[in-house]
Design a protein around this ligand. Structure first.
Ligand SMILES: *[C@@H]1O[C@H](CO)[C@@H](O)[C@H](O)[C@H]1NC(C)=O
Ligand SMILES: *[C@@H]1O[C@H](CO)[C@@H](O)[C@H](O)[C@H]1NC(C)=O
Ligand SMILES: *[C@@H]1O[C@H](CO)[C@@H](O)[C@H](O)[C@H]1NC(C)=O
Ligand SMILES: *[C@@H]1O[C@H](CO)[C@@H](O)[C@H](O)[C@H]1NC(C)=O
Ligand SMILES: *[C@@H]1O[C@H](CO)[C@@H](O)[C@H](O)[C@H]1NC(C)=O
Ligand SMILES: *[C@@H]1O[C@H](CO)[C@@H](O)[C@H](O)[C@H]1NC(C)=O
Ligand SMILES: *[C@@H]1O[C@H](CO)[C@@H](O)[C@H](O)[C@H]1NC(C)=O
Ligand SMILES: *[C@@H]1O[C@H](CO)[C@@H](O)[C@H](O)[C@H]1NC(C)=O
Ligand SMILES: *[C@@H]1O[C@H](CO)[C@@H](O)[C@H](O)[C@H]1NC(C)=O
Length: 451
């Protein structure tokens, strides 16, 4: 009796200590990385709507917006290749090809009440990543990864707007969405990042001209600052010609510009792009606390909304790209990512499955009691990127990337400018309410900024 009681007791202790320690992770042990990320990716798919009755292929359950699915598939593509596990290849491919919309440019009509340039951009980033990783090709050539990325780039660049602020993309595509009068870094950063990668992939220098235009405009209009800390600000209202800058900093904006600059450096070998990459990497320090990544603007005040809870995932992916495209940054980046990945794994000790991931990786006691799609994705991506130096660098059309392109892709009925669709009054009211709610939550959750 007594002996079995002791055995039971010590088994409980071991269980408890594994719960506190989170997922086992040894950065030098590939098997441990594979096992940890397999569990985390299964957790991501707990939120997937595409395999449940009444759900839509390619999307996640409420309250996760359409854009975040684009973020997730981008992370899952890297996961599949870097962790060498193709369990979800066909699921990812089905999701990515189902949501392209009628014109194969990631503007599906039924997202037009909420879709902004940044939302389209995140699906475009996923398609670009699929092309670079030589991810399993869709059979329909009009949905080839490179073609889709070009379609996103073409339709976004066609919306470049010089009627205010001297240029730039607006946040929203459609006039009826609030935020149409706001120009923001994430929309412009997506155009910059996809353009830089298309330039390298296709060796077509037209894309470089666009990247120069976006960078110069963002810098000139004060969306980016230099100095000791190079930072990327959120954006500004057109009213006032973009002079009243909203100075919130988000990790994904820093990452978009850093990775884009690194791709441009790798392709052009122009030292100016290396210098910009390195300066943005120095500035990225504001998103680390003792080398552990955190979403500075909302996490400190415990106020991150569902969108913001996923941003660390993208900074991880963009930093991984930076390390490979600008090898002189490799050691600094890997130090950040390794420390953060270990902290993230420690946080993955919650929930009924015992390996649900939390938001706050700086919490040394482990899981912080939060859960969600963003939490899972951040942990997946930061661990996945530890392998970025162990696989082939992103391919180009010349060295292994087999995805077919079409430089004129994407033009169709809903495209080149913000020409509104014909919506009934009821739909417009619905859209207004949705965007008002989003607007309020963004303001409510961004109250904390040091600097
Ligand atoms: C690597 O990790 C796996 C999975 O956690 C474990 O079973 C194995 O013993 C580890 N190998 C070494 C050499 O530590
Ligand atoms: C691949 O992923 C599946 C599903 O997550 C998992 O069951 C399997 O163990 C993974 N394989 C490896 C080698 O990690
Ligand atoms: C959007 O439209 C597609 C068909 O084009 C449909 O299958 C899907 O269910 C719709 N999604 C939503 C969220 O309404
Ligand atoms: C290069 O890209 C530009 C911009 O998308 C496009 O108009 C042009 O046709 C492309 N050139 C070639 C040779 O593919
Ligand atoms: C508006 O801002 C742009 C970019 O900063 C600047 O080039 C332009 O001169 C400004 N226009 C006016 C009317 O102030
Ligand atoms: C600047 O924008 C903030 C909100 O972001 C607003 O409260 C403030 O009134 C604006 N200032 C001016 C001068 O427009
Ligand atoms: C571009 O990236 C590749 C792959 O990491 C690397 O071998 C090469 O040195 C990079 N080019 C430059 C100019 O750094
Ligand atoms: C860590 O998370 C636990 C569980 O939610 C919480 O009680 C604790 O206050 C957190 N610690 C810190 C330093 O935030
Ligand atoms: C890319 O995928 C194609 C089609 O599956 C394949 O033929 C080619 O070998 C792959 N390239 C690399 C570098 O693996």
């Amino acid at each position: 009796m007594r002996a079995s009681y002791v055995r039971l007791y010590s088994a409980a202790l071991v269980l408890l200590s594994t719960l506190i320690e989170g997922l086992y992770l040894d950065p030098d042990n590939f098997t441990s990385l594979q096992e940890a990320t397999a569990l985390i990716s299964d957790g991501i798919l707990d939120y997937y709507a595409g395999t449940t009755k009444g759900g839509t292929i390619g999307t996640f359950v409420w309250p996760y917006y359409w854009w975040e699915a684009g973020g997730v598939w981008g992370g899952m593509i890297d996961y599949t290749i870097l962790m060498k596990n193709d369990t979800y290849t066909s699921l990812i491919k089905e999701a990515m090809t189902y949501q392209t919309g009628d014109d194969n440019n990631y503007i599906p009509l039924n997202q037009s009440t909420t879709e902004g340039n940044d939302d389209q951009g995140f699906w475009g980033l996923a398609a670009m990543g699929a092309a670079e990783r030589n991810f399993s090709n869709p059979s329909d050539p009009s949905k080839a990864w490179l073609t889709l990325a070009q379609a996103v780039f073409n339709t976004m660049s066609a919306r470049w707007d010089e009627s205010s602020c001297g240029g730039g993309l607006r946040w929203q595509i459609f006039q009826w969405n609030s935020g149409y009068d706001y120009k923001n870094s994430v929309s412009n950063g997506c155009l910059f990042n996809i353009g830089a990668r298309l330039a390298r992939f296709t060796s077509n220098d037209s894309y470089i001209e666009w990247c120069e235009r976006v960078w110069d405009w963002m810098y000139g209009a004060g969306f980016m600052t230099e100095g000791t800390w190079w930072l990327v600000y959120d954006g500004a209202e057109i009213d006032g010609n973009c002079t009243n800058m909203t100075k919130y900093v988000w990790s994904y904006n820093q990452g978009l510009m850093m990775s884009g600059a690194a791709y441009l450096y790798n392709y052009t070998e122009d030292p100016k792009w290396l210098e910009r990459t390195e300066n943005l990497l120095v500035g990225a320090k504001v998103f680390f606390d003792d080398d552990v990544m955190y979403e500075r603007t909302c996490q400190g005040s415990n106020n991150c909304n569902q969108d913001q809870r996923s941003f660390k995932a993208y900074l991880s992916r963009f930093m991984g790209q930076t390390a490979v495209m600008a090898p002189s940054t490799y050691d600094v980046v890997m130090n950040y990512l390794t420390t953060s990945a270990l902290a993230a794994a420690r946080s993955c000790s919650g929930g009924s499955d015992g390996h649900t991931c939390g938001l706050d990786w700086t919490n040394t006691t482990g899981w912080d009691g939060t859960w969600g799609l963003g939490e899972q994705l951040c942990a997946l991506e930061v661990i996945t990127q530890l392998r970025v130096g162990d696989v082939d660098p992103p391919y180009t059309a010349d060295n292994g990337g087999s995805s077919l392109g079409n430089p004129a892709a994407g033009y169709g009925t809903v495209v080149s400018d913000a020409t509104p669709l014909t919506l009934g009054t009821k739909d417009k009211a619905g859209a207004g309410i949705i965007t008002a709610v989003i607007g309020v939550s963004i303001v409510a959750s961004t109250v904390w900024l040091v600097l």
